[in-house]
Design a protein around this ligand. Structure first.
Ligand code: P1T
Length: 386
């Protein structure tokens, strides 16, 4: 089955067997526990909903299928998924390498929690050059953590090249695929060991659920993460599992529209005299446009840009938009805008932001699926006002 078909059917096959109700849509199994006749015979393997739940199972099967993986594991948030991966693959004293441009909350988790409290060393490197990853490997390096394209600067790295370094040195490679989704990019096919998602974003797509996921084809990685998820408890609820199942059904349609609108906005901004620079992998001017063409089947819906001005006017610009909602998060049907320096990446020290290139006048937009003319009109009026 092709992607769009799997996004509708995998995990939600109607049960037409004796006693099955034939539901076309997976029911939301709100039960916390499952009765049994005999101690050794839990019904269909379910015992307690922290360990497994039929609605979450349905979602996990679907996510595994969409990422071309064997196992999906659904979490309470993207950061819960990330934290459980670290808890499962790293020990105190181990070292990991991460792209220096990452969602601010992910960097906060690595540095302020795992490094400070648990002595897990992390080196942030510019992964646009795969050699920088190879150079950062130490004796105790266990994990490489990438976003591509990154949040918020849309930098990319070559997953296949970095996977071959990871393979050579026996290091795990995790790719956060939140920005592209499996519709546009398949990191497991390119050699990653595991894919991580904030399902809060495109997979759910409607700004009404917080969740996360890990997908892998590796039995050993799966067993560890599954065990630790149950042990630590960061599971996705049955209701949110249903929401994301529903979201995935329209993922392909939404991603096509996000991309079409994003490309039009990136081109418009690129030609505007109040804009210093536009970051969008679909623009020929993006320094890694060739890699984007090779590694992804689309360019996504995230567009960042720098205004030729200071923080105060950047603030006035985002506050002056009427249709783009000023809010954190991304990947939903409505367009959002934010100032990374004061919002999503404010937990990163200013000198570190400076080093990775996150300027105070950087604006990040998550382009929605509205009519493009309305979005362009809104940008025009607020640019005119500053
Ligand atoms: O918010 P949560 O579901 O826990 O996901 C964290 C996360 C992980 N990975 C990426 C690439 C992300 O962008 C995020 C969350 N990001 C935002 C809330 C934001 O506005 O960028």
């Amino acid at each position: 089955m092709k992607f769009e078909t799997r996004a509708l059917h995998i995990g939600e096959e109607p049960n037409l067997s004796e006693g099955g109700s034939g539901d076309v849509v997976s029911p939301i199994h709100l039960t916390s526990t499952f009765a049994r006749n005999k101690i050794d015979e839990p019904p269909k393997g379910y015992e307690y909903s922290r360990s497994a739940n039929p609605t979450r199972d349905a979602l996990e099967k679907r996510l595994a299928s969409l990422e071309n993986g064997k196992y999906g594991i659904a979490f309470a948030s993207g950061l819960a998924a990330t934290a459980t991966v670290i808890l499962s693959l790293m020990k105190a004293g181990d070292h990991m390498i991460a792209f220096d441009d990452l969602y601010g909350g992910t960097r906060r988790l690595f540095t302020m929690l795992f490094k400070e409290n648990f002595n897990i060393d992390v080196s942030y490197v510019d992964a646009r050059k795969a050699e920088n990853i190879a150079d950062a490997v130490k004796g105790k390096t266990r994990l490489i953590w990438l976003e591509t394209p990154t949040n918020p600067l849309l930098k990319m790295c070559d997953i296949r090249s970095i996977a071959s370094i990871a393979w050579d040195k026996k290091i795990f490679l995790a790719v956060d695929n939140t920005f592209m989704t499996p519709y546009f990019q398949l990191p497991l096919d390119l050699g990653a060991d595991l894919v991580v998602h904030s399902t809060t974003k495109y997979l759910n797509g409607h700004s009404d659920s917080v969740g996360g996921a890990v997908v892998t084809s590796d039995d050993h990685i799966h067993d560890k993460i599954r065990f630790n998820q149950n042990a630590a408890g960061a599971i996705l609820s049955p209701f949110d599992s249903y929401m994301i199942l529903r979201g995935t059904k329209t993922l392909s349609l939404r991603m096509e529209r996000h991309e079409k609108n994003a490309l039009a906005i990136a081109r418009y901004l690129e030609n505007h005299d109040k804009i210093e620079r536009v970051f969008y992998p679909g623009l020929e001017s993006h320094p890694q446009h060739q890699l984007a063409k090779k590694q992804m089947s689309g360019y996504g819906g995230m567009v960042s840009f720098e205004l030729k001005t200071d923080l105060e006017r950047a603030r006035a610009f985002v506050e002056g938009l009427k249709l783009f909602t000023l809010a954190e998060s991304l990947g939903c049907v409505e367009s959002l805008v934010e100032l990374p320096a004061l919002m999503t990446h404010s937990s990163i020290p200013p000198e570190e932001r400076e080093k990775t290139g996150i300027k105070d006048s950087l604006i990040r937009t998550s382009v929605g699926i509205e009519n493009i003319d309305d979005l362009l009109d809104d940008l025009t009026q607020s640019l005119k006002a500053i």
